[in-house]
Write a protein that binds this ligand. Structure first.
Ligand code: SAM
Ligand code: DTB
Ligand code: SF4
Length: 321
């Protein structure tokens, strides 16, 4: 088994993305079968524990206080609401429960509250993941001590395109948070967003940054932009669906041992496009009718898709008869 590489150059990834589609998918499928179970997908659910009113200006985000998106701002959820959502996630067959907060960075007090939520989710037997914004080394250590399994923090795009999307924090802040999380011994969930008007080279640049992390992030969420009216990217141009599939394939080839998650944007994808993404090496999805604030496919549609594709989605009750 070849060792994982951490030295992918942007040009090499551009070349991968430019391969004839069949050659690229063949290479990705070979990497997938060498390093991953061929027909299994992992299921995560999301819960927004603190919605809206975020001080950051991420141009894609409906939760930024800089834009009028009509989203109702909510305070931190109470513990009962978290317990009920976690129990629902168990019933739906999810293995991981990810809680997201619209913060630039949590205060130490915020962290106390989130740690109680993590314990509740652990009690339901789920893997835990949180995404709370930037973390200091000591905050990451506190989360590790409470047994958090994963921290999600995305690089979002290439270092070159980043400045056109976010001005309130820099790329290096993200790299620093990822280092704090890794050094605390928490597994890393880190990916990005496609369809924000970036070039192919930017998409390659994002993958090269992700694949430069040693070890690679255990989970790599690839989001297709959810265009939300009122955000600067509310009317971004469509991304060619086959280009999205190419990026999934290149993620699989460059990070063969990672879980590659088909994340935001599945609502707009046809079943056939999702099938191509699974063929290209995606082996995880967000499941449940909402992401954080925007819609996700109906659970029955997803179950039917997994059944049609013979994917073992670890959902107990949804296997084909
Ligand atoms: N506030 C924290 C932060 O940004 O680090 C955590 C929550 S934030 C909503 C988590 C991630 O969701 C972002 O990094 C971004 O990649 C993704 N995201 C947000 N809005 C999105 C959209 N409209 N379409 C696709 N992905 C989006
Ligand atoms: C990730 O990469 N995608 C998820 C999760 N990590 C936190 C969030 C997607 C959010 C899409 C926009 C929304 O629903 O507000
Ligand atoms: Fe805030 Fe996160 Fe949205 Fe950026 S992505 S505006 S940090 S909630």
């Amino acid at each position: 088994m070849p060792a994982s590489r951490y030295d992918w150059t942007v040009s090499e990834v551009v070349n991968l993305l430019g391969l004839p589609f069949n050659d690229l998918l063949y290479q990705a499928q070979c990497a997938h079968r060498e390093h991953q179970p061929a027909n299994q997908i992992q299921i995560s659910t999301l819960l927004s524990i603190k919605t809206g009113g975020c001080p950051e200006d991420c141009a894609y985000c409906p939760q930024s206080a800089h834009y009028s998106t009509g989203l109702e701002r909510e305070n931190l959820l109470d513990l009962d609401a978290v317990r009920i959502a976690a129990q629902r996630a168990v019933q739906s067959g999810a293995s991981r429960f990810c809680m997201g907060a619209a913060w630039r960075a949590p205060t130490d007090q915020d962290l106390d509250a989130v740690m109680r939520m993590i314990e509740i989710v652990q009690d339901e037997g789920l893997e835990t993941c949180v995404t709370l914004g930037m973390l200091s080394a000591s905050q990451a250590q506190r989360l590790a001590d409470c047994g958090l399994d994963y921290y999600n923090h995305n690089l979002d795009t290439s270092p070159e395109f980043y400045g056109q999307i976010i001005s309130t924090r820099v790329y290096q802040d993200r790299i620093d948070t990822l280092r704090h999380v890794r050094e605390a011994g928490i597994r890393v969930c880190c990916g990005g967003i496609l369809g924000m008007g970036e070039s192919r080279r930017d998409r390659a640049g994002l993958l090269a940054q992700l694949a430069a992390q040693d070890p690679h992030p255990e989970s790599v969420p690839i989001n297709l932009l959810m265009r939300v009216e009122g955000t600067p990217l509310g009317d971004a141009a469509n991304l060619d669906p086959l280009e999205f599939v190419r990026v999934i394939a290149a993620a699989r080839i460059t990070m063969p041992r990672s879980m590659v998650r088909l994340s935001a944007g599945r609502e707009e994808m046809s079943d056939e496009m999702q099938a191509l993404c699974f063929l290209a090496g995606a082996n995880s999805v967000f499941y449940g009718e909402t992401l954080l604030t925007t819609p996700n496919p109906d659970m029955h549609r997803d179950q039917a898709l997994f059944t049609r594709l013979g994917l073992d989605a670890d959902m107990g009750h949804s296997q084909p008869s």
